[in-house]
Write a protein that binds this ligand. Structure first.
Ligand code: SF4
Length: 237
């Protein structure tokens, strides 16, 4: 199946998450700063163009490469290497792969703010990070829906750079999704993504529900984007 770009409707971010990215640890906020945060978050959300690409690959097999476990996927050169991802995907029969970005507009505005308003730049940066995580929630919801169609159940997201899943996974992962063409995501020589507010991740699909993921709709990060919930169904069978 060819990769297809999806637009995501990200209308809000968790304020607490923005504060966490700002390094907030319970200090008192002045009313002025409080209002400024809300204002800059709104501007950031208006600037974001959240988009993503998702594909699901069957697990072709498991083996070992250079002394580390490796998971091979059908129909792609993408391999997932390392003990962390091996444990995370233990028992998975398929793997959802996602890439999302909130676009170059956020990048351009961050550069402009760095010259004229450093306080706003820091808040905008935190809001952009929260927004791209919401886009990743939306992409994950698409994988949950596809898993549901197959009678499977999703685990949680895992990104290159977590544990010992190497960042060198990024080029093949982005190629597998045609993310350069569809989303405009490029990699630096150090394998960092541009636009910087971009996320890649994989999600395992399992034959039985995963207790750690999507345990209740109320606390689920995919809730705002979930087609199953809207249809009166759930991903838990
Ligand atoms: S909102 Fe509910 S049905 Fe949808 S993914 Fe989350 S837990 Fe599953």
């Amino acid at each position: 199946m060819a990769a297809v770009r999806e637009d995501f409707d990200v209308r809000s971010v968790e304020r607490g998450e923005v504060l966490r990215y700002l390094g907030y640890a319970g200090q008192a906020l002045t009313p002025e700063l409080d209002a400024r945060i809300d204002e800059v978050v709104e501007t950031c959300l208006a600037t974001c163009r959240p988009q993503g690409v998702v594909r699901v690959f069957d697990v072709a097999g498991r083996g070992e490469k250079n002394g580390a476990p490796v998971i091979r996927l059908s129909g792609t050169a993408l391999e997932l290497a390392g003990r962390s991802i091996d444990e995370h995907l233990a028992g998975a029969v398929a793997v959802g792969v996602l890439a999302v970005t909130v676009g170059m507009g956020v990048e351009v505005e961050l550069r402009r703010l760095s010259l004229v308003d450093p306080v706003a730049q820091v808040i905008f940066d935190a809001a952009g990070t929260a927004a791209v995580e919401r886009a990743a929630d939306a992409a994950e919801a698409s994988i949950v829906a596809e898993a549901h169609e197959r009678g499977l159940f999703c685990g949680t997201r895992f990104s290159p750079g977590y544990g010992d899943l190497p960042l060198s996974t990024q080029p093949v992962l982005l190629d597998a999704l045609d993310a350069g063409r569809l989303l405009g995501i490029r990699l630096s020589p150090a394998l960092l993504m541009s636009p910087t507010k971009s996320v890649t991740a994989v999600v395992g699909l399992f034959e039985r529900p995963r207790p750690e993921a999507h345990a209740s709709c109320g606390g689920c990060p995919c809730r705002d984007f979930c087609v199953l919930l809207r249809a009166g169904s759930t991903c838990r069978g």
